[in-house]
Structure formats: C-alpha cells, structure tokens
Design a protein around this ligand. Structure first.
Ligand SMILES: C[S@@+](CC[C@H](N)C(=O)[O-])C[C@H]1O[C@@H](n2cnc3c(N)ncnc32)[C@H](O)[C@@H]1O
Length: 208
C-alpha cells in the first residue's frame, strides 16, 4: 500500500475522534495559535489574501484563517475529513486533493499553511510536496509549516497513532525548504512535554 493510501485510510477511520481531540485544541496551543496569527498577518500584508490549508483535516484552521481575514480554503486527501470539514464549516470551501498534486494554478496563493500535514510523508517524498507548494505560492508568498522535530541528525520514523510519521531535524527541514525555493525567516521550536521524546517546530518561510 502506498503511504498516501495508508494515511487516507487511517484518517478516514478516526475523523470524529480526531476532530473531538484537536478541532478545539488551539485554545490550549498558544504557540501554534500565535504563529498562525503571524502568518495570517503577513499574508494580509502581501495583498494576496488567497490561502490554502493543505492537509486541513477537520477544517478548524481553515476557519481560523478565514476569521483572520484570509480567503482560505482547505484541501485534504481523506474524503471523510473533507466531509467533516464541509459540515463543520459550511460557508468555506474544502476539496479532496493530494499535496503531491494541488488543484491550484501556478503562483496563485498569498500563503500556504501545512500544519502537521507532511508528518506522514516519508523523507524521500518530502521534496515533491515542497516543490508543489512552491509552485502554487506567488513570489514573496508565505508558507507556515508545523511538524515534529528531533535533535538528532536524521529524520526519525515513529509510530503515530494514525499512520507512520517522521520527526525532522529542523535545520535539515529548513534546507529542504531552501532547495524548494522557500527562504525561512522565523522558526519556533517548542518542547511541549520532554517526556514525549520530540519537539514541535513551526517554520515560517517566504517564496523567493
Ligand atoms: C495530523 S493531521 C493534521 C490536520 C490539521 N492540519 C491539523 O493541524 O489538525 C494530518 C492531515 O494531513 C492529511 N494528509 C496527509 N498526507 C496528505 C497528502 N499527501 N495530501 C493531502 N493531505 C494529506 C491527512 O489526511 C490529515 O487530515
């Protein structure tokens, strides 16, 4: 089974549980919330308000971007997640799509949010996703991506509850962003609970 199929099947099976656990959790996540607020402010400042929440899951962050003044829409490869997002946020647009092949014109977006949505992508496939995000973002457009980080030198595969996932050395991830054409200008590394064994990283980058 391809990794996307496994991820899709995994998320299709946990939609209600995932939404009940995470769709309201931003209240308790000041770091994510503030980075998303900063991202939205910068996208607004760019004058191009169109923004995609890629791997949007239940759609709560798409809704947050909308509340922050962006013309936001959500994309996800899990049909059950898209269905949930549409029901939870009927005024917003959500579509089924793979990050490998975004249904967006070249250079159309002021920003892309990829909040823990590339965590299930095996490291050798990450460049293709970042290249696709670079394709759809306008020059000077913004990318905010959040992921699990590690202090070690290499990405580490771990058994996430939904599907296998990877934590990344932040410098290595930033180099991958640079290779795709994104210049990182802010990074927040947060240790939510050291016992968990990894860090949360939030990286803001601008399309060259
Ligand atoms: C950990 S959840 C994050 C959801 C949401 N962004 C959040 O922060 O709560 C990962 C999401 O990314 C989606 N996803 C994973 N790989 C994807 C891909 N290749 N293309 C599109 N969506 C993908 C999954 O279906 C899932 O909804």
């Amino acid at each position: 089974m391809e990794h996307q199929d496994r991820t899709r099947a995994g998320y299709d099976g946990v939609v209600e549980l995932y939404a009940s656990l995470f769709a309201g959790r931003l209240e308790e996540q000041p770091f994510s919330r503030n980075m998303i607020g900063t991202f939205a402010e910068l996208v607004r400042g760019s004058g191009n308000l169109r923004a995609a929440d890629v791997g949007c899951g239940p759609g709560h962050l798409t809704a947050m971007l909308h509340e922050l003044g962006l013309d936001a829409f959500g994309l996800d490869l899990s049909p059950a997640m898209v269905d949930h997002a549409r029901r939870a946020h009927p005024k917003l647009r959500f579509d089924e799509a793979r990050m490998e092949d975004l249904p967006v014109e070249d250079g159309a977006l002021g920003g892309v949010l990829a909040h823990y949505s590339m965590i299930h992508t095996p490291p050798e496939h990450l460049p293709a996703l970042l290249a696709e995000q670079a394709r759809v973002v306008a020059p000077e457009g913004l990318l905010l991506t959040s992921f699990f980080a590690t202090d070690g030198p290499e990405p580490v595969r771990f058994d996430h509850k939904v599907a296998p996932a990877y934590s990344w050395p932040v410098d290595l991830f930033v180099r991958q962003l640079a290779d795709a054409g994104f210049a990182t200008f802010a990074r927040l590394i947060h240790d939510p609970a050291s016992g968990r064994g990894f860090l949360d990283a939030h990286v803001l980058a601008r399309r060259a």
